[in-house]
Write a protein that binds this ligand. Sequence first.
Ligand code: F3S
Length: 390
Amino acid sequence: MELTKEEKDMLAGKYGKAVKQSMEILVSLGEIFGAKRLIDVSSVQIAGVSYHNLGDAGLEYLADLAKDGKVRVLTTLNPAGMDLENWKALGISEDFAEKQVKVIDAFKKMGVITTCTCTPYFIGNVPHFGEHVAWSESSAVAYANSVMGLKTNREGGPSALASALTGKTPEFGLHLDENRQAQVIVNVKAEMKTVPDFGALGYAIGKRIGNKIPLIKGVKKASVEQLKSFCASVATYGGTALFHMEGITPDKTTVPKESIEITQKDVDGAKKDLNDTDEVDLVAIGCPHLSLKEVEEVAKMLEGKKVRKEMWICIARPIKKIADMMGYTKMIEDAGAKFACDTCMAVAPLKGRFRCLATDSAKACFYGRGKNSFKTRFATIPELIREATR
Ligand code: F3S
């Protein structure tokens, strides 16, 4: 791979140990994937923040990088294993909390913005159309590539951090326009109205096309909230990191020959697959983290009611601050629901604490089942609020 003088100096250790280690990761990746050069990135989103996933080895790795590493571009974090302020109320142990705080401190020392969210685009990590970035977290990657028109591969935590510390990424995969063209047309012949409709659509498409890039036709309109749900679902059940949706997403694509159809029966079937219980003991919304509009809707629906089941609202802390200002937090907390800022129902250590998760997110069903052995109920937010307050 061809390196500039500055990049060679980085690799030789002239910018310190953290930069040297980061360059070694990026150059190795570039060589494996046949990149000709490194390119600049304007933003990074790092996944792998929960101590639950990192363990002591991960924590040591971060603490070591933090000795002399400083990020060169705007960098935000994915959800951590707990609400960094309100962890006790959510049942997190002292031991876990202590380790999780050390993880966050290491990122802070490196200059990372330690807002932990999978919707960095709601809290100011918003590069311009066409910019190269290095994001990890599958739903955010799909949203970045497809809805925002950014260019990123699906990074792992270490490669994203390496990009943050150097401002570089190897040019391969979805950084190249020729790899961003649709490979299969998906004709949608189903009514798309609610967030779970889009989650179910992502499930049905993902299961059919795997990680191919689809050109989706037949969806007449989609809100930001519906698109974020679709991104999470299609990436989870299929693995795609980029889709084109005719009339909705901004990037151009050539038109492929292969085509498939997704019918109402497929979408209804997906919903049926995601519902395997009525006996709910945890209601959790905000996968991916809620938008301000969704928080407002939840607050208005909960006003004057009382929840009778554990109910979590997963959200980025800056969005919660606006909710505080607008009085939504009080409406939600007065009803007895709990905010889970900085974390979510999938990365928090919940195994054994609950049996049945009710959620409006197809992705949360996947992780609830796989990681925590929950049964799941998949429904709209108004239905979930009826369930929680019953
Ligand atoms: Fe975000 Fe957690 Fe869902 S990281 S996309 S809320 S599983």
